[in-house]
Design a protein around this ligand. Structure first.
Ligand SMILES: Cc1cc2nc3c(=O)[nH]c(=O)nc-3n(C[C@H](O)[C@H](O)[C@H](O)COP(=O)(O)OP(=O)(O)OC[C@H]3O[C@@H](n4cnc5c(N)ncnc54)[C@H](O)[C@@H]3O)c2cc1C
Length: 383
């Protein structure tokens, strides 16, 4: 068993780490406070080739693997969880379906400008009454001539308002329940009848806009469909493992970033005439956090490797990585706030932001309860 990154992966890690330290970390508290989309960061990502690095060179990418994707999201999330989620949706559920299932024409139209930074991608699956049970979605698309007419609503859509297009799951056959009645369409931001709502006010991830999308007789060309009608599940499955793995990486990054600030704090904060780090109770807590992060990290990189080698246990590995990585983020950030005492509860220090940002990672990309269901179904051989 080899725990080493390749030379290429180490160089990639070093480069994104440097960029994150210099460009993203100083901006993170600003975009959180101002609830502002980090447009300048995305422009720089475009210039440096980060907007499409997992895709082949012919589409403007660098053909890097899932391990590099996990490295990228971990490093970015250490400094800014908002920027990490913008990118994980763009690279994953946004661009990946176009690459895996799009015609060459669709790849030229949507993937190419996504890789060079002109386009940002979004993914629209969740509806007000179809969250964890997304096979029950109602948003409908009816074919009329060479167009689909979409009606319905999507909720909680990341990159909403900034995305150039949304990979949108719709019911094309109202008579077929479940996934077999669902298809996938690319809906351009200028599609007639697409209404983008105002950003939802959230607990955290304030730099990442989350909106509702309403489709009012929204028109989309038939050629914007990915795969045949009724193949929505295939598209979802194609992006599932990679998506869950990198949300796990986001959790690990959040926990690491928060712990870094905390280690510096406990070494300089003095009570009872000595640094609080000299208390064994505090030292043990730090050790426990390190153990949680390392365990989660190993699960994340194993899942990324399983995804790259198409291992038969890739689905379970991705669910374990997502569940443990994000639970570690919540536990570690909560404990970090505790170690800061009253200052941890104040916006003057960054740990409360990490804690607010960590919470949602346990909820999106399939809640951690749903991950338990995925794992137990596989292990027990249930359908
Ligand atoms: C900030 C943010 C960004 C998001 N971005 C996107 C996006 O870009 N695109 C998109 O499509 N969606 C997005 N989502 C939606 C997200 O994926 C859903 O919120 C999530 O899947 C949960 O669905 P729900 O909110 O409807 O909760 P529900 O499904 O109603 O779940 C409520 C609770 O019940 C539990 N539960 C449900 N079913 C079971 C069960 N069978 N057994 C045990 N427990 C169960 C859940 O775990 C949860 O604790 C985003 C959400 C947020 C908050």
């Amino acid at each position: 068993m080899n725990y080493e990154f390749t030379d290429q992966q180490y160089v990639f890690q070093e480069n994104i780490r440097k960029f994150t330290r210099n460009e993203i970390a100083p901006l993170a508290p600003v975009i959180d406070r101002e609830h502002r989309f980090p447009i300048e960061t995305l422009q720089k990502f475009g210039e440096l080739g980060y907007m499409g690095f997992p895709f082949p060179e012919q589409y403007g990418g660098s053909g890097l693997d899932t391990i590099c994707k996990a490295i990228f999201i971990e490093e970015v999330a250490k400094a800014c969880a908002s920027t990490a989620v913008i990118m994980l949706v763009h690279l994953g559920a946004g661009c990946m379906p176009v690459y895996l299932y799009g015609t060459e024409e669709l790849k030229q139209k949507y993937l190419l400008p996504s890789c060079d930074g002109r386009y940002l991608a979004g993914f629209a699956l969740t509806e007000p009454n179809a969250g964890s049970d997304n096979s029950n979605l109602r948003c409908s698309a009816v074919q009329k001539g060479d167009k689909y007419i979409i009606n319905g609503e999507k909720i909680f859509i990341t990159n909403g308002g900034y995305a150039s297009y949304y990979i949108t799951m719709v019911r094309t056959n109202p008579n077929i329940k479940g996934y077999k009645g669902i298809s996938t369409l690319i809906v351009g931001k200028d599609a007639p009848g697409l209404v983008v709502g105002k950003p939802i006010e959230k607990m955290g991830l304030n730099g990442s806009p989350t909106v509702n999308l309403t489709f009012e007789d929204c028109e989309v060309p038939v050629e914007n469909r990915l795969l045949e009608e009724g193949k929505g599940l295939n598209v979802a499955l194609g992006v599932l493992n990679g998506g869950r793995t990198v949300v796990g990486a986001q959790g690990v990054g959040i926990a690491e970033g928060c712990l870094e600030h905390t280690i510096a704090y406990v070494k300089q904060r003095e009570q009872f005439g000595r640094p609080i780090a000299s208390n064994q109770g505090i030292q043990w807590r730090i050790s426990e956090m390190v153990a949680q992060i390392e365990a989660a990290r190993l699960l994340v990189y194993r899942a990324a490797w399983y995804e790259d080698v198409k291992h038969p246990d890739a689905m379970v590995a991705a669910s374990l990585a997502k569940w443990y990585g994000t639970d570690a983020a919540m536990k570690v950030t909560t404990d970090c706030v505790q170690l800061f005492g009253g200052y941890g509860y104040c916006k003057e220090y960054p740990v409360e932001r990490y804690m607010r940002d960590a919470k949602v990672t346990q909820i999106y990309e399939g809640t951690n309860e749903i991950q338990r269901i995925v794992i137990s179904r596989q292990v027990l051989g249930l359908r």
